[in-house]
Design a protein around this ligand. Structure first.
Ligand code: SF4
Ligand code: SF4
Length: 237
């Protein structure tokens, strides 16, 4: 395998976001994630400047790369034209491709987001769809959510929404040919391969953790990664 720094250089987001860093810390000063998490874009850029596999693997296995909220405030201020938010995107992609994401709690959650929001996109044509917001997984929706899901068609009719039917409007049914086109876009842009990588490495991790893993959502591994929280992420803890 090529040196990891070279693999990062093959990602256009890395090329766009990473130039020389003079370690000034302006990005960290403006970064909202740095206020709450043990996260520091200045340190991260500095670590990357070592260009060694060892320091990059440390990042790929870390919680750190999952703390960035992708607000891109850093892009607006860096005197060297860096965008740590783009660098993070490239690191996350590499972490998923090589399977290092399963070594961190936040990284393992990529499986949960793939099985929910990710699969919703290809199944419904929406990131979030009432049928994809299972009441058992979303207690934050409140006690009436199960009733809303069970009676969605009648409720939407009364609200005048075109729910799950052809035609116009929010939550209309997305035509199969459009879903097929979405799938084709995922296929040619690497999205499908990324989903497969998340599934395959998560299956291996589930084996190591002695947890059941299958195509159903939720399953035992899903429940663990969806709910585990070490409470070690907030730097004020
Ligand atoms: S603002 Fe730019 S130059 Fe300064 S530490 Fe951040 S990335 Fe490096
Ligand atoms: S994009 Fe990420 S690194 Fe940049 S300011 Fe926002 S949270 Fe911080």
């Amino acid at each position: 395998m090529k040196p990891l720094f070279e693999l990062l250089l093959s990602d256009v987001r890395f090329v766009e976001g990473y130039h020389t860093c003079m370690n000034c810390g302006v990005c960290t000063a403006i970064c909202p994630a740095a206020e709450f998490y043990d996260y520091d874009p200045r340190k991260l850029l500095n670590q990357l400047q070592q260009k060694s596999d060892e320091s990059i693997i440390e990042l790929l296995k870390s919680e750190t790369i999952w703390y960035c909220g992708q607000c891109m405030s850093c892009k607006t201020r860096c005197p060297r034209g860096n965008t740590p938010g783009f660098v993070i995107q490239a690191l996350r992609k590499l972490s998923v491709n090589l399977g290092y994401f399963v070594e961190s709690e936040k990284g393992r959650q990529q499986f949960a987001i793939k099985r929910t929001v990710g699969d919703n996109i290809l199944k419904f044509g929406y990131c979030v769809h009432p049928q994809g917001v299972a009441p058992d997984l979303h207690p934050e929706q409140g006690p009436v959510w199960r009733w809303v899901v069970d009676n969605a068609e009648g409720i939407m009719d009364r609200l005048g929404a075109n729910y799950n039917k052809p035609g116009a409007g929010t939550l209309r049914k997305i035509a199969q040919e459009d879903l097929d086109e979405l799938q084709a876009i995922f296929d040619v842009t690497g999205g499908t391969a990324m989903y497969e990588s998340i599934e395959n490495f998560s299956r291996e991790k589930a084996k190591l953790m002695n947890l059941d893993f299958n195509d159903d959502t939720p399953n035992e591994y899903f429940n663990v990664v969806y709910s585990e929280n070490s409470n070690q992420h907030n730097k004020n803890n």
